[in-house]
Design a protein around this ligand. Structure first.
Ligand code: HEM
Length: 548
């Protein structure tokens, strides 16, 4: 059956005249999503299998290939598999065409179904339904909220750095950054402030009945088990044969739902009594929805969300906002540890704009001054993007695409992978040193302008060949949120501290820096949705006070 499907899909793909990359396993095969990379890496270590198998069958192959496969096969090629065809794209003009033809190339909902843990939400709807979700949830992303993100991120970073200074060398950065982003999001969504605890300490709350940790712990369990949840569903996770971690993910889904439902009921109760007490996102969502139901305006489309939809949106915000930012922060810190001169470069800027030792004097408006810090964020996300691609599809109709000088008919039912990993590293757009980590590529000074921080200009975070937060209608609503969060972390840390890798035995510091940078470039997403470091625990970092 598999061979027949592959032949049928190959015949369809050949009609495009594009180069083909044939694979015997579909990228969406659930077993491959869970175990594919481990199998391939084992075979690679044992010398079993071909080079092609090692390259293209790991689950995170596109992220690890970056632009290389496109230099071999061209800017657009078709990946053919028994489960369907994938159009893989690295060309900026095709990106633009696909993103802006919203009704021709729609979001690939099959791939996003994994986020329907609590039913439909902003990420898994289209058209009018999507507009309703986007409009109601947009209230989170005000400047007032960004200010809160700035303050909470500074305070969480203080805790995180203190923890690291006491636990050197630190090889839990990848876990600690996830606690950091969970805490910042809890403040932004629920107005709940948690003291920072290292990942190991925060595990101690798991399985306790401490209500104040219910949201955070249940959410982190759901995020860690998102693929088993997708494969088995909430009920299936509780089957007799599933491992303990899956069963406890099933319990976490119910705990998170009950926790948010409790907040919704409290808020309705306050509204009935005419009290407007809470400022968090749940309260704002409940109020927005109740206002519309109580005073419907004639002729106006109903924009209210049900209780299930509120829970589902809160979940998707938490999903989209946590690990994306945590993984990026992990990369940032590794890249900076590999580059002491860049640490010095941003420290100069931070000390210039934030001269006070007392962080309560660091006003949010100074965020926009920290251009070098944002350039560092953009450079790390350019080389290692936590999503890797934007996933679209042609749906039931074929679509015309201009590729180079040719008009090509893309058959119905084709998935489109706009590869951010390839676009962001292609030498055609970034030059021959495209894989070199160099944040200053985003900073320029106009001709004739003096050497002054004020004269430095930061390149746009959305360009034809650079769109880490996407662009167009479905641009990431958390773009500024994440920028503020990451820059605040950098500002707090690198103003007075610096980081170095812990060298292995017989390794020089220079070799250690090269090693950790290369380790950061090895990406994995077996069993997860996002692209993470494959061997994060092999990187140990040492933190120390900077000598002035
Ligand atoms: C470094 C951090 C982040 C990166 C690189 C990032 C990137 C992206 C990208 C590329 C998309 C578009 C996905 C697609 O169209 O397939 C997206 C969507 C989204 N992001 Fe972010 N994001 C980040 C942080 C955040 C944060 C902090 C939040 C919320 C607090 C957030 C919430 C969302 C949501 C809800 C969507 C779906 C929007 C929709 O479908 O209308 N993101 N993000």
């Amino acid at each position: 059956w598999s061979a027949l499907s592959l032949q049928a899909n190959k015949a369809k793909a050949e009609t495009t005249g594009l180069p083909l990359l044939v694979r015997w396993v579909a990228p969406t095969n659930p077993l491959w999503m869970m175990f594919g990379s481990s199998i391939v890496l084992k075979c690679r270590a044992l010398g079993i299998g071909t080079k092609r198998f090692h390259r293209f069958y790991v689950f995170s192959w596109e992220a690890n290939e970056r632009h290389v496969v496109h230099q071999e096969l061209g800017p657009v090629f078709m990946l053919v598999s028994p489960g369907g065809n994938w159009l893989c794209v690295s060309d900026a003009s095709v990106f633009e065409d696909v993103i802006h033809r919203r009704t021709d190339f729609r979001r690939n909902m099959e791939q996003f179904a994994v986020l329907n843990v609590y039913g439909k939400n902003l990420s898994t709807t289209d058209d009018e339904e999507w507009q309703k979700h986007r409009k109601v949830t947009a209230i989170t992303f005000t400047e007032k909220n960004n200010e809160l993100v700035w303050q909470e991120s500074l305070s969480q970073t203080r805790g995180m750095l203190k923890y690291w200074l006491q636990h050197q060398p630190v090889s839990t950065t990848h876990q600690d950054t996830k606690v950091f982003t969970l805490n910042v999001l809890a403040a932004a969504i629920f107005n709940k402030s948690y003291p920072f605890e290292g990942a190991a300490e925060s595990k101690e709350h798991v399985n306790t009945q401490d209500a104040s940790y219910q949201y955070r712990d249940s959410l982190s369990k759901i995020l860690a088990n998102i693929i088993p949840i997708f494969i088995c569903g909430e009920q299936g996770l509780k089957a007799w044969w599933t491992p303990k971690s899956w069963k406890s993910a099933g319990t976490a889904i119910a705990t998170f739902r009950a926790y948010v439902a409790g907040l919704i009921n409290d808020e309705r109760d306050y509204m009935d009594r005419g009290i407007q007490k809470n400022q968090h996102l749940v309260a704002a969502l409940v109020r927005a929805c109740e206002d519309e139901t109580r005073q419907p305006i004639q002729g106006k489309r109903n924009m209210t969300l049900t209780e299930e939809e509120i829970v589902s949106n809160l979940f998707v915000y938490a999903f989209a906002g946590n690990d994306t930012t945590a993984i990026s922060l992990n990369h940032l810190l590794v890249d900076l540890a590999a580059s002491p001169e860049t640490q010095e470069w941003i420290a100069e800027e931070i000390r210039h704009y934030l001269p006070e030792d007392d962080i309560s004097l660091w006003a949010y408006k100074r965020f926009s001054k920290l251009k070098r810090c944002l350039a560092v964020v953009m450079e790390s996300i350019r080389i290692n993007h936590p999503l890797g691609q934007l996933a679209k599809q042609t749906g039931q109709y074929s679509q015309q695409l201009k590729i180079g000088s040719r008009n090509i008919t893309i058959p119905p039912g084709t998935s489109i992978h706009l590869s951010l990993a390839a676009l962001h590293t292609h030498p055609q757009y970034w030059g021959e040193d495209s894989l070199k980590w160099n944040p200053s590529r985003f900073i320029s000074t106009p001709d004739g302008a003096g050497k002054d921080f004020e004269n430095e200009v930061l390149a746009s975070d959305t360009q034809e060949h650079f769109l880490p937060w996407a662009t167009g209608q479905r641009v990431c609503p958390g773009k500024k949120f994440s920028q503020v969060e990451l820059v605040a972390a950098l500002a707090f840390i690198f103003r007075d501290y610096c980081v170095h890798p812990q060298p292995l035995r017989n390794e020089s510091m220079e070799q250690a820096r090269k090693r950790i940078f290369n380790t950061g470039m090895e990406i994995e997403h077996e069993g997860t949705i996002l692209h993470e470091l494959r061997y994060p625990e092999s990187i140990a970092l040492n933190w120390s006070k900077r000598e002035r």
